[in-house]
Design a protein around this ligand. Structure first.
Ligand code: NAP
Length: 246
């Protein structure tokens, strides 16, 4: 029998697709997020389709003080964990964020601070068991600051650096940490955004995540071609880059 995974931000479209791929492989799940009705519906659907056990837990990335009790509750009710998938995030609005600090803070908390708060705890939990997998969704937006989304991008960039260090630390304690950097994915987050290209489905991204996990990949661009797109974008000289409208 397979073990169990905790999915944080489980109502995210990418998380839902990943949860189904994990359930297909026989893993039991705890779905955690803010919308309990939606999570209950999803859990019922997964139980029915894949005959695995699915727990549901309320989780708010910004409730830092509650994260330790949350993780204890997940293990008490769902059993020992083999892996964690962190999928929550918030794109926000760059223009509003540059004028209202509350929007900047929401972007930072929901992509960076909240992730560190819960991942620190998950890492210590898995390291104490000497094994496990942590999969966290960052973004290509964190690879270079751009005028169109530099507050979101800086939060994701911070998360990416955090995950690099965590991977290094956890390697010595038996836990694998994988950073996922999607390009454009067709989800609620990007609904109605203009200028999107090469848009992937959440299902394709989820399949790629699990294949990469099995190979022990450290940083996954999804789809793969974003590695090369971002390589080019990162190497445009600043004197040219600052003149572009990106
Ligand atoms: N879609 C893309 O093109 C794209 C590209 C690169 C990276 N990403 C990243 O991929 C991840 C998944 O996003 P998605 O595209 O699947 O978007 P999504 O469907 O909009 O999902 C975002 C998720 O984050 C959750 N969330 C937001 N604030 C939260 C909080 N304070 N506490 C707990 N959960 C919270 C949302 O929960 P509620 O339902 O409660 O709001 C929702 O489940 C995110 O980290 C995103 O930044 C997405």
């Amino acid at each position: 029998m397979r073990g169990a995974y905790l999915i944080l931000g489980a109502t995210s479209a990418i998380a839902r697709a990943t949860a189904r791929e994990l359930a297909r492989q026989g893993y039991h799940l705890t779905l955690a997020g803010r919308d309990m009705d939606e999570l209950q519906r999803d859990a019922a659907d997964i139980r029915l389709r894949f005959s695995v056990e699915v727990e549901v837990k309320p989780f708010d990335a910004e409730d830092f003080a509650g994260h330790a009790a949350f993780l204890n509750g997940v293990v008490d009710d769902g059993g020992e964990l083999d892996g964690v998938v962190l999928a929550f995030g918030y794109l926000g609005e760059q223009t509003r964020a540059s004028q209202e600090f509350a929007e900047s803070l929401a972007i930072i908390q929901r992509n960076y601070t909240g992730a560190i708060s819960i991942l620190n705890l998950c890492a210590e939990y898995l390291a104490a068991r000497g094994r496990g997998t942590m999969i966290a969704i960052s973004s290509v937006a964190g690879d270079r600051g751009r005028q169109s989304n530099y507050i979101y991008g800086s939060a994701k960039g911070g998360l990416t650096i955090y995950l690099e260090g965590l991977r290094n630390a956890m390697f010595h304690r038996g836990v694998h940490v994988m950073t996922v950097k999607p390009g454009f994915v067709d989800t609620a987050m990007t609904y109605g955004l203009s200028g999107m290209f090469l848009v992937a489905t959440p299902q394709a991204v989820a399949r790629r995540i699990l294949k990469a996990r099995d190979k022990g990949v450290n940083t996954l661009y999804a789809p793969w071609f974003w590695r090369w797109i971002m390589l080019i974008i990162r190497h445009v000289p600043e004197t040219i880059f600052k003149r572009l409208k990106m």
